[in-house]
Each structure stands twice: as structure tokens, then as C-alpha cells.
Ligand binder design. Sequence first.
Ligand SMILES: O=P(O)(O)OC[C@H]1O[C@H](O)[C@H](O)[C@@H](O)[C@@H]1O
Length: 546
Amino acid sequence: MAASSSASATAMPYLDKTDFLKLQNGSDIRGVAIDGVEGEKVNLTEPVAEAIGAAFAAWLMEKKKADSSQHLRVSIGHDTRISAKLLQNAISRGLAGAGLEFVHYGLASTPAMFNCTLTKDEAFLCPADGSIMITASHLPFNRNGFKFFTNAGGLGKADIKDILERAADIYNQFTPESLKNSEKKALLNFKKVDYMIAYTSDLVKAVRKAAGNIEKPLEGFHIVVDAGNGAGGFFAEKVLKPLGAITSGSQFLEPDGLFPNHIPNPEDKTAMKAITQAVLDNKADLGIIFDTDVDRSAAVDFTGREFNRNRLIALMAAIVLEEHPGTTIVTDSVTSDGLTTFIEKKLGGKHHRFKRGYKNVIDEAIRLNSIGEESHLAIETSGHGALKENHWLDDGAYLMVKILNKLASARASGNGGGSKVLTDLIEGLEEPAFATELRLKINQFHPDLKEGSFREYGEAVLKQLENSIGSDPSLHKAPVNYEGVRVSGHGGWFLLRLSLHDPVLPLNIEAPSNDDAVKLGLAVLEAVKGFGGLDTSALKKFVGAS
Ligand SMILES: O=P(O)(O)OC[C@H]1O[C@H](O)[C@H](O)[C@@H](O)[C@@H]1O
């Protein structure tokens, strides 16, 4: 362990590239930003964040072929986490030290942070050459992280790795003088604007335009919002109200980084229950729920029926296919067979079931367009959805705007009020009576893994499962599949695949009954039973074998 000579730098432990690379989570940076959870040591410290800021600056200057005289501008926003300000200031010092301008947006959403690289309005110090969102999405309160954007979109895995490697070098070259110097520069150059005014006014304009330039196209609609105390509270006040909607009964709009009510996550059952209850209690027409940084969303109709997961995809596909008949809808891998039938037979579109991961589905839709296959929607069951018309940005608020457009235009053309128009759009979507996701952990320290990685071990489990399927006549491998092993049988299907980030094999099962789902579960259990490093307890419990 080497340590720098200075007083403040002695408090900074030596960290190498591997320590920095541990902060990578796909195309995001994530870490533990504050104490408070036993066994979780802070690894996203202020100096680490400062180094990441300086590394992003260096990366951006290279990308934009800028020299230090050009003063590239970077905007910084954050969600409601309690570590937001600390990290905001640290990353600003990194940018300032590298000679870049930085602008604080304060509380913002992830999609707004991409948008500001496209907005052309000097009053909001836009466009930004690059932007940073400080968020850890729905993770617990002690975590935090960064997402980065340029006008070309969100940075991908390779760029994040590059930035973290640069950050490791920068961090180990920090001296007390350099740290003081960047602090001074950051204090001198500090600027702040409320960019959410510009972003929300664009959303409002989009709905007005779609409704035929009516000032208050949502007049009389009662719509409740649940922001889960994340950054999405603006939607009620700054989008729905100006459009004329009644928003009383909206809940958890106040920022609170301890998330005292429920996790802001449309995939979370408690969160969905909370917004459903609010719709029913208030006899509202529609409920809208966001995740912490508003890149994901879901809705609830006036009867309390949830539009999330496959249903949200079906609804968005119906809206997009009305506008672009025959287009390809790209989704993640855990979507249902019923959804494929719905998109292809009822809506006349094409369902391209790809891999899990929002960046994967978005990049795939872009790729399809580039080879001549038209696609206008890339959407995941997690609630991430991106439209071609909106720069392929996964924006939970924009998804909801598309739904609002539908409500407003239906009423403008005399089709009544309420959200029945939405419910009707997904009529005919077959839904399995039983659906579950079990997450089977790989024990990385099990002797069976020898020197190999958990990924190699997971691949071996999948290979074994694939081989064993061949000998069971009631099971059939999906003819087209991009991830893991997807099999149909017993009237349903299962998919076993490697998690994008964790040493886990998620197993999704959908079937017409619990018994059929158990039969599918038993087939998986039988195939993987020789793998001592795989924790199958959840599966055993599910099939009643423990
Ligand atoms: O592979 P898993 O562990 O199920 O996680 C997959 C999920 O990871 C993150 O949350 C991404 O934001 C999602 O886009 C992705 O679907």
C-alpha cells in the first residue's frame, strides 16, 4: 500500500485500476457513497468522484477534439439521494481542475441530462458539450453513481471503462496543491441554472401539439403521480397541471433520499401497489409512477389495472404501431410469448425479442434501422423505453407523454374521457396465469469455480441445461434466442440466463398454472443439480423439493 506524502492525501488510500473498475456497472458507474449499511464500505469517496470528473473531462476533450482554450461545458444534475451534493461538488472540482466549465442543474432527471446536450438555448447555458447525472436509480439510499451523456447519447461500456482507467491514474497523481487548486477553480467558476424549466416545457409543448394545439388538452382528467420521493415529482406540478389535469392525491412527490415510503421502482410490487391504491382511493382516471431518476415509468388505469412489464410494452407497441404500421418492436429477453402474439397477430408489427439491458435493446433498434429494418420503439420489461422520434433516449416521462397524447387526442376526437381508451388498446393481450422470476446465485468462492470466473461457471450451467433439454420430448428450445436458454413446454416457457451485472442466473417462468410452472422448474433443477457452486435453494423451494 503506497500513500501520498500530503496530509489530506494520506487520508486517501492507494487505489489501483481494479479498484476503480469495480465501480463499473454496465454503462453506469455505481458505488457505496455513504456509510449507514453494515458491511458496505464507502468506495465512491469524494476524491474518487473528483478523479472521475477529471477523467470525464479528459475523455470529452479527446472526443470533441478540443484544446484547453475551448472551455467545454459540462452540466451536472442529481436525483434525491442524500450523497448527491457531496458528489456533485467533488465531480465539479474534477471538471474545473481540468479547465472545463460546469453548470449545476440541481435536482433533475436522467433523460433531462441527455436533453440538455441537444437544447439550443444560451439562457439555459445549452447545449452542454457533455453532462453527468448523479444517480443509482432504485438502489438503496447509501449507493450512488454517475451516468454520462454527450449529444450522441449515453456513454457505453467501453467508454465507462476508459474513464475509470483514466480516473485511477489521475487519482494517484493528486497532490494537496492540485486538490486545492481545483477547489479554488470550482468556487470561482460556479454556475447554476434550473434546466428542468426548459425540459418540462418541451414535454408540455409535445402534448399540446399532439392534441392539435389545445392549451389544456388534459382538462378534467384526474391523474395521480407517485414519484416515490425520487426526482419525478416535477411531472405533476410542471407537466400535468399546465396541461389542465387534476393531480390531487398524487403522492411522495417531495424529494427524500431515504425513500421512506417505497422504493421508487416500477418493477417493485410494493411501489405498484401504492400507486394502484392511490388511483382507486382518488377515483382517478390514471396513475403514473417513476423510478428515482425518471428514466423508467409505469401507469395504472382507472380500474387499478397495471400497465407495467409486458402490458406497458403492449400499450406502447399499440401506440407506436398506429403511427408506424408494421414497424419492429425491440424488447428484452424476458418478455412473454403472449406479447409476441399480440404484437404480430393483433397489431401487425414484428416483435424482436433481444437481450436484457436497456442499452442492449436501444443499440439493437439503432442497428436494425441502420441495416434497413425499420424500428421505432426499444423497450424493456423494467420500464426503460426509448423512441426513435425522441433521439432513442430512454425517458420515463416521455413514455408517459405518449400515453397522455393518446388520452388527449381520443377525447378531442369525441372518444370520451377516462383511461378506457388505453385499456382497450391492449385488449387481446394473452397473459399467463402464472409468472415468476427466481434468482439463482453463483457462489464465487465455491471450489467448483476453481480459478474460473462466475461467468464461465454460469455459461457451463447453461450449456448443461441446453444439452439436457434435447432429451426431453415435452420441451423445445426457442428457435430464435439471443441470451441464455429459452425453452417452451407444458403450455408455458422458461428462460435461464446470466445476469448482466451480478453472479446470478435469473430464471423466468411463465405457465398456464402453478403446476405447469413447477414442471418447468423441475426440468431446470434436474439439469443443474450437479453444479455445487449454484445456489438452487430458491428453485427447490419453488418446486416443493425442500
Ligand atoms: O440481468 P439482471 O440482473 O436481471 O439486471 C438487468 C437490468 O439491469 C439494470 O437494472 C438495467 O438498468 C436494466 O436495463 C436491466 O434490465
